[in-house]
Ligand binder design. Structure first.
Ligand code: ADP
Ligand code: MG
Length: 216
């Protein structure tokens, strides 16, 4: 179940976007991918989630590539990818359709996921009526609700104020604590250093990898 990025490269036309990116993430651990804008964070996250294939090297989730584990991946994309004309609750319920669950359990689990990100009050509002920060948290709830083995989140707290950012990170880190592989991107050091390790990218290359010792 370990995530392995093995010398991953990604080239579009003659532009090299990622070069020789290698790391591993064990189940029950959280990796932050840090780096300035344009360093390749979103590209790497999309490859981890199986939305595209590396042009060289490989990503392995256990013994297989990400597209074969789609039902085990929860993802938060940078632009959220939420259907505008669904309600917040419907967006989250939709992520549970891959599980064969009774209707009532789907409703209850989606409500609980929205409660975790403090969106109970807007559960029946349409996505198009929500603020950016609310949409971001709907996307987080959708990624977590099915308890996937892999959680990949692209800057999942970038639109949140300080208090909500801390709270939402606590909820995201609970996924690690239940045993998931968690990878998130961020350019916020405070967010990055709540993870177990921080991989820094610059111009598509790994510049550092720090294990983090959490204060007691
Ligand atoms: P980050 O998320 O760290 O800001 P990105 O992964 O979005 O970085 O982008 C990394 C670099 O790759 C940027 O210079 C961006 O312009 C470029 N890039 C990303 N996707 C494509 C693409 N499909 N075609 C050409 N260039 C791209
Ligand atoms: Mg990005």
């Amino acid at each position: 179940m370990t995530l392995r990025s093995e010398s991953v490269g990604y080239v579009v036309g003659d532009v090299r976007i990622l070069n020789d990116v290698s790391f591993t993430v064990e189940p029950g651990t959280a990796l932050a991918v840090a780096g300035p804008s344009g360093s390749g964070k979103s590209t790497l996250l999309a490859l981890l989630a199986g939305l595209d294939d590396p042009t060289s090297g490989a990503i392995m989730l256990g013994e297989v590539a990400p597209p074969e584990r789609r039902a085990e991946i929860g993802v938060v994309l940078q632009n959220y990818g939420l259907p505008a004309l669904l309600t917040a609750a419907e967006c989250v319920e939709f992520a549970l359709q891959v599980r064969d669950l009774p209707r009532r359990e789907i409703t209850e689990r989606a409500a609980h996921a929205l409660e975790r990100v403090r969106l109970t009050d807007v559960a029946d509002h349409l996505v198009e009526e929500l603020s950016g920060g609310q949409r971001q948290r709907v996307a987080v709830a959708r990624a977590l609700v099915a308890e996937p083995m892999y959680v990949f989140a692209d800057e999942p707290t970038s639109e949140l104020d300080r208090a909500l950012r801390g709270h939402t990170m606590t909820e995201v880190l609970r996924e690690r604590d239940r045993g998931a592989v968690l990878v998130l991107t961020t350019h916020d050091d405070e967010v990055a250093y709540r993870c177990d390790a921080v991989l820094s990218l610059a111009d598509g290359q790994v510049t550092s990898y720090d294990r983090v010792t959490q204060p007691d």
